[in-house]
Design a protein around this ligand. Structure first.
Ligand code: PAF
Length: 289
């Protein structure tokens, strides 16, 4: 049920309306924070909204299920679309504006430009989801240029995505602060994700073991073991828990995502994993600190 005391949420579908609203705020000296999403909003999205609110006077959320970041065998058509419920969630969280364009607004006839961040997009999820990060980079570039926010907030759960976005904003001189928010977790450590709803009760009980395995990898590295030894132990822990297939469990440089073995000594590291439980693909990562 809608909360009559909640502030007004403006909903726009076109880039022109988005720009007019943002320009109006700018004229009176207000700053703008952007939270790009694909909808099906949950607590982790709301944490992004709360973070944007800390940094900006106005918060703009976007909902767009971006077809170009889904592979041909991925779940684009079945991706959950719950706009009415999402609108209520955004309204009660005090979001000022929702930009929810259609595919024809974002990719009009004749569209052919792609943004590609080739090195950071390579390996990890990039190896298992060909074309995914070019789709993400292209749509996020468009959203940043359409809204021209002061800051944009993304979750660290999609860590490779976050690094791709940081790189493109830097390389393309987009005047925006990219803010990464630490992963929001359930009480048992499982990273919050819309895909968790697809887990069977048994798989849901197993799922937090990915977080445990990554913590084990970080602890081994901090104790002086090599990345190869720590990852082999992490891999074993995931397999013993029942994750199959394990797409990757790796340690990478936290900023460039270069393999740990190629990173200069002293580089901050990140442990990252992706693996399946039943029909559900889970990803997670942790700083080695
Ligand atoms: O993380 C997501 O939800 C999407 O990849 C994003 C950043 C909204 C781009 O479509």
């Amino acid at each position: 049920m809608s909360d009559p005391t909640a502030p007004n949420l403006v909903i726009v579908r076109s880039v022109r309306e988005l720009r007019e609203a943002v320009a109006g705020w700018r004229r009176v000296g207000e700053t703008v924070g952007l939270v790009p999403t694909m909808g099906a909003l949950h607590t982790a999205h709301m944490a992004l909204v709360d973070e944007a609110r800390k940094h900006a006077d106005r918060v703009v959320a976007t909902i767009f299920v971006n077809p170009t970041q889904f592979g041909p065998d991925e779940d684009f058509s079945s991706y959950p679309r719950r706009e009415a419920r999402d609108i209520e969630t955004l309204r009660t969280h005090g979001v000022d504006l929702l930009f929810a364009p259609g595919v024809e607004d974002m990719y009009p006839a004749g569209f052919e430009t792609n943004v590609n961040v080739p090195d950071i997009s390579q390996g990890l999820c990039g190896d298992h989801r060909p074309g995914h990060f070019a789709g993400v980079a292209t749509i996020v570039t468009k959203l940043l240029l359409q809204a021209l926010p002061d800051c944009a907030v993304f979750g660290e759960k999609d860590y490779q995505q976050l690094q791709v976005i940081r790189r493109l904003a830097l390389d393309l001189d987009i005047p925006v602060a990219i803010i990464g928010l630490p992963t929001v977790r359930e009480a048992d450590g499982l990273a919050v994700s819309s895909r968790n709803a697809n887990l069977s009760p048994a798989d849901r009980a197993t799922a937090p073991k990915m977080h445990v395995a990554l913590k084990g990898v970080a602890a081994r590295l901090l104790a002086g073991e090599t990345a190869a030894v720590a990852c082999a132990a992490g891999h074993e822990a995931l397999a013993a828990a029942g994750f199959s297939p394990i797409e990757y469990l790796e340690v990478r440089a936290a900023d460039t995502l270069l393999p740990a073995s190629q990173a200069p000594a002293g580089t901050p590291l990140r442990a990252l994993a992706a693996a399946w439980l039943g029909e559900t693909r889970l990803i997670d990562n942790l700083p080695v600190a």
